[in-house]
Design a protein around this ligand. Structure first.
Ligand code: SF4
Length: 554
């Protein structure tokens, strides 16, 4: 049975209070809530808010919502209030949090493994048009996000999503979030192992299970057997990465403790090989360690990465084996260097079965309901019933017979969904930004889109992998620290001394086996208006001065 404030297990109650008692760890017997978030989670499980949404809030309207539900528990069902319209970044710091709340919501649909049928995509598109003013963004965690959702419509949206096997359960909040998966699992010719059965079992066992619905903070996870390392495994709380063990064959290397935002940390290997069947048990063991030993005192120290940093991988593995799995794990190898830097599966690629998959790039993840519906129609017209979302804000149509590929490519390109994008279109990601996010200081999606246009016009010959990630605030939703060019939104001074939207620049971050964080370029801030000039200068100088074999991040 899980340890909870109400029901500490004998084992957790017995454990000695250690030096981290002050961190609010349940395993140290510290069950008294030490901040407001811990208090509202103790008062009522976040999952319980669904009943109130269905029976009270959706019937009586926005003003009937309890504040602890509005700014807390509703996240357990994927709902955040969106930013009140018309507020620019200069006001964010001077307003009370409730003054930023609009009466509309962002609603996140979890798409574990990025797997969708065309029928599901049609429903997502219909909901967008009917209830979300046409909005529907593809996120860098394979989800779809709507905006402009009214609380009155939420039960009907759930009905429609759940009728086709989709949900918003634990899409936000201090919960096990969407499980990233290789978007070409089960079909890619170069696949090491298909992790799909493990994702399904974790979903069945963990998601919506109240043993795991009160975590210290969010818990991000990924499972991929692709040699392209296509799920950003370095920055999840737990990742399973496909490897081949010399004796036991294909399985997974386990990484823990990655995460960006403040105090970014790359995940570390536990040095163990686990089989496909073992993945759900190891996931359950690690999420249980997080629940029991995770730091609950301070929100900004509550992610698993802080515990992993304090313990180190050896102790973490020992606790996992001795206290949770009750057996030793097999030692295993590290993943091999991926063949290329692009991980997004954009382009036309042959599948294991001789058919093809076609990956394409919207602009910075921005699509809309009508476009998603058209993508579903196009896929079906070309004989496909399956779509994938990627961890790079891209999409893929699967199972296209060879004779249909050219027609599908032409039709996608006609919708401005590029199958052969420029490196700028392909490598630029942007978070939600000031358009809808309450934490944002600057605009992101529109600026990312216009930056792509400018760079394509100014540098038509540039043709190598490059990532430009744009955040609207110091958080890391668009992974700025691991981009070649990371842009962190903030207010900066222009030449006339006015405070205007701009970015702190980070250069030279990367994912992959050479993963590392970009260097904050001291004092280097660019205004939004000066951004295209700045990026053009950086890339032009890089092309002129680089040495053979040197890539942008080195
Ligand atoms: Fe909002 Fe900041 Fe995340 Fe962007 S990075 S979505 S502005 S919290």
């Amino acid at each position: 049975m899980a340890a909870t404030p109400e029901n500490p297990t004998p084992a957790t109650a017995r454990r000695k209070t250690g030096r981290h008692r002050g961190e609010g760890q349940w395993a140290a017997g510290h069950f008294t809530p030490l901040n407001g978030n811990e208090q509202f989670k103790k008062d009522d499980d976040g999952l319980n808010v669904r009943t109130r949404i269905e029976t009270i809030y959706s019937k009586r309207g926005f003003d009937s919502i309890d504040p602890n539900d509005l700014r807390g528990r509703m996240r357990w069902w994927g709902l955040y209030t969106q930013r009140k319209q018309g507020l620019d970044g200069t006001k964010t710091g001077v307003l009370e949090p409730e003054e930023l709340d609009d009466e509309y919501f962002m609603l996140r649909v979890r798409i574990d493994g990025g797997r969708l049928t065309t029928r599901q995509l049609r429903v997502i598109g219909e909901i967008s048009e009917e209830f979300a003013r046409g909005t529907a963004d593809i996120t860098d965690r394979q989800n779809v996000q709507y905006h402009w959702i009214r609380i009155e419509d939420v039960p009907e949206i759930w009905n429609r999503l759940e009728a086709v096997g989709l949900s918003t359960t634990e899409a936000c909040g201090d919960t096990p979030r969407v499980i990233l998966g290789s978007p070409v699992a089960g079909i890619a010719e170069d696949e090491i192992i298909d992790g799909t059965p493990a994702i399904d079992e974790i979903q069945r066992r963990i998601i919506g299970n109240k043993d795991f619905s009160n975590l210290p903070r969010k818990f991000k996870s990924a499972v991929s057997g692709s040699p392209l390392l296509d799920v950003a495994h370095e920055i999840n709380d737990i990742s399973f990465v496909g490897v081949v063990h010399p004796e036991h064959g294909p399985g997974f290397d386990v990484w823990v403790g990655g995460g960006l935002s403040t105090n970014p940390k790359l995940g570390v290997r536990l040095g163990t090989w686990v089989s496909l069947d073992e993945v759900p048990d190891v996931y359950e063991g690690v999420i249980s360690i997080f629940r029991d030993y995770g730091y609950r005192r301070l929100r900004n120290r509550a992610r698993l990465k802080f515990l992993v940093a304090d313990w180190g991988p050896e102790k973490f593995r020992r606790v996992l084996e001795d206290e949770y799995l009750k057996r030793k794990l097999t030692d295993g190898p590290a993943p091999a260097e991926p063949a290329g830097r692009w991980r997004d599966h954009v382009g036309v690629h042959r599948q294991q079965d001789g058919n093809f998959y076609v990956g394409f790039a919207p602009r910075v993840g921005r699509v809309d309901g009508p476009t998603l519906t058209k993508i579903a129609e196009l896929a079906e017209a070309h004989g496909s019933g399956r779509i994938r979302t990627t961890a790079e804000q891209k999409m893929i149509v699967l199972d296209v017979v060879e004779s249909q590929v050219d027609s599908l490519v032409a039709a996608l390109e006609a919708l401005d969904l590029r199958v052969t994008p420029s490196p700028f279109r392909r490598g630029t990601m942007a978070c939600t930004g000031i358009e809808f996010c309450k934490l944002a200081i600057v605009e992101t999606k529109g600026r990312g889109s216009s930056l792509i246009d400018e760079l394509e016009r100014r540098l038509p010959e540039f043709d190598e992998p490059l990532t430009i990630n744009i955040n609207g605030c110091p958080n890391a939703c668009a992974r700025i620290q691991v981009a070649d060019i990371g842009l962190k939104g903030q207010l900066v001074l222009d030449d006339d001394g006015n405070r205007v939207e701009g970015y702190q620049v980070h250069l030279g971050g990367a994912l992959g086996l050479e993963a590392g964080f970009g260097r904050k370029v001291r004092g280097l801030k660019v205004t939004a208006a000066g951004l295209p000039d700045y990026v053009e200068r950086v890339l032009t100088r890089y092309q002129a001065e680089r040495e053979d074999g040197e890539r942008f991040a080195t």
